[in-house]
Design a protein around this ligand. Structure first.
Ligand code: ASP
Ligand code: MG
Length: 592
């Protein structure tokens, strides 16, 4: 019999009415002939209330006790849900994370799932019960209660779907699907029929609050189709699957992280491993760096910029101060009032000009861009927070995200692929590496050249002009890595196909001459290494490991860009093979 997972978020079980409504939905699915596992969050804002209670006692509660406390929220709602189902005349059993056998590591408050046993759940299902699983929690090897991080019930749901080989994983929430952007900020935002895992993953970490990022990593890894739906209506919702909504659009959504801070470490001596020491020091404080931009060295020194969530700024600055001293760097600067705007879409991988369009849009609004990072399917910019909402609206408009895909696009109606059913040894292998870092591939691309603009005036519209001129010259730009130069100047490095180097240099030289800047610098032969995988950013330290292994191999990193699913580094062309070998060795244990 097929198994369906139905996950209900806090707002969908906020009171007894809603609990009964959710129970009826599960019963309906059971009557349709499915075995049903419900995964339930704590009621309403209950988790926040528990956190507040703890804070009233102490500013610094032990993480172990926080988990003990927070896990009670879910324990309460699963019990009530089981009672609701009993009252409606069906069999049900509630189970905590530990009763199911969700084993995690021991990192309290952000534990990762190591394995899940399925016997007890299967047995309860076979006896005709609806199983009600507490979301967000597990136990470690010493039977301490752990939690998976805020919003972690999504991850419980998808993980259960994966190990049970469920036919569907339905996420019931207070919105009726995934939108092209936050409809509260951009009323024209549109619900999408379907979105791909990669796009959702990038959007989730770019600020779209719909789903716990790690749950999407799971879904992608195990091919679990996710159906995001409203708990208060029967509207169709959004499918999160491998395929994007339409092949015709370059961009599927835009997102904003409102409260970020930008930190620039200035004048780092340009030697292998120097930047890494900054990464290690920040990672040691359990702070995830977001956008990372390192620029080409000038005068033997390089600048490194990155963003962090605002709440992590104090810890970050302490780490940076230490690193500056240790490295003999010139200093650092920071801007506390920035926001990050990202555009995401699988389609941009094959369509040039998306970056140019985004920059042009912001330029037309007079919004200055502070930092840019690009990955194959995402472009993120940092702007002053006061302009962030306007920027989001403008970009949403430029890419016509309010417009649904053309009717008659039969791809939008493609049947959802059934999940791949694991069996025997494969399942055991999966369970063992449930939430490990997985590197899918490490690729070496030796077909590109690097061009660096030095000291461009930092004025709004310049990035747009640069990319317009290059587009006019027919240049397909791949990576773009700008950095805040010293003073009011920016350097921009980009990679282009080597055969386009002459026309790139011609256009670039004309542009810099017109602007009165130094002529562009270039390296006719660079090697781009792409480390592709799942959890590249949620596993702190991947970037640090990349830098470390390249430094150990004596290879200097010329450019870097990071995203959820890929880290790209550019090194000198002569170092390409050596760098590839170093990375393959470093990540051998994580390769698929
Ligand atoms: N109750 C937890 C939280 O509020 C987990 C969840 O809702 O997914 O973060
Ligand atoms: Mg939630």
């Amino acid at each position: 019999m097929s198994i369906i997972i139905q996950k209900f978020g806090g707002t969908s079980v906020a009171d007894s009415e809603k609990i009964l409504a959710a129970a009826r939905r599960a019963i309906r699915a059971q009557s349709d002939g499915h075995q049903v596992v419900m995964v339930v969050s704590a009621m309403g804002k209950y988790t926040d209330r528990l956190i507040e209670l703890a804070r009233q006692i102490t500013d610094d509660p032990p993480d172990r006790e926080m988990d003990m406390l927070l896990s009670t929220g879910e324990q309460m709602s699963v019990a009530l849900m089981a009672m609701a189902i009993h009252s409606l005349g069906r069999g049900a059993i509630s189970l905590t994370g530990s009763q199911i056998g969700i084993i995690t590591d021991s990192i309290h408050t952000k534990a990762r799932i190591r394995s899940i046993s399925t016997e007890r759940v299967r047995q309860a299902l076979d006896e005709g019960n609806i199983v009600i699983a507490a979301g967000f929690q597990g136990i470690d090897e010493s039977a301490n209660i752990t939690t998976l991080g805020r919003g972690g019930s999504d991850t419980t749901a998808v993980a259960l779907a994966a190990v049970l080989g469920a036919e569907a994983c339905e996420i019931y929430t207070d919105v009726d699907g995934v939108y092209t952007t936050d409809p509260r900020v951009v009323p024209a935002a549109r619900r999408v029929e379907r979105i791909s895992y990669d796009e959702m993953l990038e959007l989730a970490t770019a600020g779209a609050g719909v789903m716990h990022g790690r749950s999407i990593e799971f879904a992608k890894k195990f091919g679990v189709p996710i159906h995001v739906r409203s708990s208060s209506s029967d509207s169709p919702g959004t499918m999160i699957v491998r395929e994007p909504e339409t092949p015709d659009k370059a961009v599927c959504g835009v997102a904003m992280v409102k409260n970020e801070a930008r930190v620039t470490v200035l004048g780092i001596p340009d030697r292998p491993g120097a930047a890494m020491s900054v990464f290690f020091r920040v990672a040691a404080r359990n702070i995830a760096l977001d956008m990372i931009v390192q620029n080409e060295a000038a005068d033997g020194r390089t600048d490194l910029s990155f963003t962090v969530f605002s709440e992590n700024l104090p810890g970050t600055l302490r780490a940076v101060e230490e690193a500056v001293k240790e490295l003999g760097a010139e200093g650092y600067s920071c801007d506390e009032n920035v926001s990050k705007i990202s555009v995401v879409g699988l389609g941009m991988a094959t369509r040039p000009g998306v970056a140019g369009m985004m920059f042009r849009t912001l330029a037309e609004k007079g919004i200055n861009i502070d930092l840019i990072t690009t990955s194959v399917i995402k472009i993120s910019v940092v702007v002053a927070r006061e302009f962030a909402q306007e920027a989001l609206r403008a970009v949403h408009d430029t890419f016509e995200l309010h417009v649904p895909p053309p009717v008659g696009d039969d791809r939008a109606a493609l049947p959802v692929p059934a999940p791949i059913k694991p069996s025997g040894a494969e399942l055991v292998a999966r369970l063992q590496r449930m939430e490990k870092l997985i590197i899918e591939d490490i690729q070496l691309d030796r077909s590109q050249a690097r061009v660096t603009f030095l000291g461009l005036p930092d004025s709004s519209g310049l990035a747009a002009r640069t990319f317009d001129e290059l587009a006019e010259a027919g240049v397909v730009v791949d990576m773009i890595v700008p950095s805040m130069g010293r003073g009011k100047r920016v350097d921009i490095s980009l990679t282009v196909p080597r055969e386009q180097l002459p026309q790139t240099l011609k256009a670039a030289t004309e542009l810099t001459a017109a602007l009165g800047c130094p002529p562009p610098e270039h390296n006719p032969s660079v090697a781009k290494l792409s480390v592709l995988g799942v959890g590249m950013r949620s596993h702190a330290g991947v970037v640090a490991r990349i830098f470390q292994s390249l430094a150990d191999a004596g290879t200097n990193v010329e450019m870097i860009s990071t995203s959820e699913v890929c880290v790209n580094v550019v090194v000198d062309g002569r170092d390409g093979q050596k760098a590839l070998t170093a990375l393959k060795t470093e990540f051998a244990d994580a390769m698929l």
